[in-house]
Design a protein around this ligand. Structure first.
Ligand code: URA
Length: 323
């Protein structure tokens, strides 16, 4: 991959994070310098989307717009995530999407799922077979990839819902097994739970295709709508006490917050999906890309609310993780 491809991939990832509600990210100076060099060789349109100080001479001292601001003190009653430097939405590069250009461009109507009666294990096993054999899911797979269905306890108290499989997940055929998944596992274990006593699923059963060398793109509305009945059927089998929507895509799919609301306003409070309390929090990949303590603290605060709702014991140590 050359420098230009790398820059495009970084931009694509930034675009994805913006969708997740990320207002600012921290980038190493080295990365910013690399981006600047690559941007220099890309179209002016692209360059101006990322480097605002594109005035000719005198050249301003390199001032990355993407670095994080110093962390302010965090109030005990969390305000929306306004603490990080705001990056005004700018038209970041819009690459052609493979799914739009060379994949099936029109998906069939969303499937109708009529779950059989039975215990959660057998119903989930029936549903899994149905999804794994879904012709549309299979037709949309990247080469060598597998359809990804949820994992965990079919009658778990808590159901975590992510966006879509990434590269690691589509290769293994299991949700949240890559870097974001390892972080999710750590957060889950910090609550005293383990991966096998919860249920982990995604809005999408396949990884949305794109033309970039790496990174992911969020699913289109059509893709989301197609997979939604499968997600809803998993929720119907599990009948969790609490749903945790990890990131914007899951929140949009399940509770449709105001599209203009920032993630900072959507997360950290209770919503409801068909009568089940639903907590929206940041996606683990947000934390991976934003190493600030504030993000981790926010997510932990959301998880404490989930623990309270599940009536899980909470030790002083757990309460004070970030104090
Ligand atoms: N991100 C998701 O949203 N889901 C996965 O399974 C992995 C990463």
């Amino acid at each position: 991959m050359d420098l230009e491809d790398g820059a495009r991939a970084v931009l694509e990832e930034l675009k994805r994070q913006r969708q997740e509600g990320v207002d600012a990210v921290y980038l190493e100076q080295e990365t910013i310098d690399g981006l600047r060099t690559a941007m220099g060789s890309m179209e002016a349109k692209v360059s101006s989307a990322v480097v605002p100080e594109a005035k000719p001479e005198p050249k301003p001292a390199p001032k990355p717009i993407l670095e994080s601001a110093p962390e302010p003190p965090v109030p005990s009653n969390p305000a929306p995530l306004v603490e990080v430097a705001e990056v005004k939405p700018k038209p970041i590069v819009k690459p052609a999407r493979k799914a739009e250009s060379s994949g099936p461009s029109v998906l069939p109507s969303p499937p109708e799922v009529n779950l059989p009666d039975g215990d959660p294990e057998s119903r989930m096993s029936w549903l899994r077979d149905l999804v794994m054999a879904c012709p549309t899911c299979n037709a949309n797979l990247n080469p060598g990839a597998k359809v990804v269905f949820g994992v965990g306890k079919p009658d778990a108290d808590v159901f975590f819902c992510g966006e879509a499989p990434g590269n690691d997940e589509e290769m293994e055929g299991e949700p949240f097994v890559g870097a974001a998944g390892q972080l999710l596992d750590k957060i889950i274990s910090a609550t005293g739970l383990t991966r096998d006593v919860v249920y982990i699923g995604n809005v999408m059963n396949w990884r949305p295709q794109h033309d970039q060398a790496f990174g992911n793109r969020p699913p289109t509305e059509e893709e989301t709508n197609f997979c939604l009945p499968y997600l809803k059927a998993q929720l119907e089998v599990v009948q969790p006490k609490v749903i945790v929507a990890l990131g914007r895509t899951a929140a949009n799919a399940l509770v449709q917050p105001d599209p203009s609301a920032k993630m900072g306003d959507v997360r950290g409070r209770w919503w409801e999906f068909e009568g089940v309390p639903l907590m929206v929090t940041y996606h683990p990949s947000y934390l991976l890309h934003n190493p600030s303590l504030i993000g981790k603290r926010r997510v932990w605060e959301d998880f404490l609310l989930v623990m309270e709702r599940l009536e899980l014991p909470i030790s002083d140590k757990q309460r004070g993780f970030f104090e």
